[in-house]
Design a protein around this ligand. Structure first.
Ligand code: ADP
Ligand code: MG
Length: 194
C-alpha cells in the first residue's frame, strides 16, 4: 500500500498541495482528473517518490523504481524502439523477446529497429508505454499517456495495459472519463488551481 498523509508541496512560493492524504491499496487503479495546472503531474511524481513533500508523510514507495510514462515520451534518441525498451530490462530474462512481444502487441512490430526521430508522436508514445509495461515494478504510472492516440490505437493500448498489468497498482492522469473507464480506474478529481 502507498500512503500519503497530510502532504504539503510547493514549488518555491507556489503552493500546490496543502494537506493532501491518499491511500492506494495494492492493485488499486486510480485516475486523476482536473484542469491543466491543478497538480496531476506533481501528484504522480510525489506518489512515485520523484518529488519529496515539504511536510507530511509518504510511505510504501516501491524500492526498485516505478514504471512511468511521462507526459513527454522521453525516449533516448540514439536508441531504436527495441533498444529503448530493452534498456530498462537489465535483469530480466528473455529481454529481447519481451521487448519485441510488447512492441508488437502495441502495433509497432514493423518499427522495432526505428529511431525515435523517425517515429510519429503516437508511435513514440507507444514505445514509452511498452518500456513502462515491460519494467517489473509494482507501480505503473501513466501521465496523460493516451493523449494524441486515435480511438482505435487507444483501444489497442488499453487492452495491452490491462493484459499486462497483473496485480500492479495503476495511477494515471487523464482528461477523459472514457480512458479511466477503459482501464477500470476509480476517478479522483483534483480541485482547479487558485
Ligand atoms: P497538471 O499536470 O495537472 O497540469 P502540474 O502538476 O504539472 O499540473 O502543475 C501544477 C502547477 O505547478 C502548475 O501551476 C505548474 O505551472 C506548476 N509547476 C509544475 N512544475 C513546476 C516546476 N518544476 N517548477 C515550478 N512550477 C511548476
Ligand atoms: Mg500534467
Amino acid at each position: 500500500m502507498i500512503l500519503l498523509e497530510n502532504v504539503a508541496f510547493s514549488y518555491g512560493n507556489k503552493r500546490i498541495f496543502t494537506d493532501f492524504s491518499l491511500e492506494l491499496a495494492d492493485s488499486a487503479r486510480l485516475a486523476l482528473m482536473g484542469p491543466s495546472g491543478c497538480g496531476k503531474s506533481t501528484l504522480l511524481r510525489l506518489i512515485s517518490g520523484l518529488l519529496t513533500p515539504q511536510s507530511g508523510r509518504i510511505a510504501g514507495l516501491p524500492q526498485d523504481g516505478v514504471a512511468y510514462v511521462f507526459q513527454e515520451s522521453r525516449l533516448l534518441p540514439q536508441l531504436t524502439a527495441r533498444e529503448n525498451v530493452e534498456l530498462v530490462l537489465k535483469n530480466v530474462e528473455n529481454r529481447q523477446k519481451l521487448a519485441e512481444e510488447i512492441l508488437t502487441e502495441l502495433g509497432l512490430g514493423d518499427e522495432l529497429d526505428t529511431l525515435p526521430s523517425e517515429l510519429s508522436g503516437g508511435m513514440a508514445r507507444r514505445v514509452a508505454m511498452a518500456r513502462a509495461l515491460a519494467f517489473p515494478s509494482p507501480l505503473l504510472v501513466l501521465d496523460e499517456a493516451f493523449t494524441g492516440l486515435d480511438e482505435r490505437t487507444r483501444g489497442i493500448v488499453a487492452d495491452c495495459v490491462l493484459r499486462r498489468l497483473g496485480g500492479r497498482t495503476l495511477v494515471m492522469s487523464t482528461h477523459s472519463e472514457l480512458e479511466a473507464e477503459l482501464l477500470g480506474c476509480e476517478i479522483l478529481r483534483l480541485a482547479p488551481p487558485k
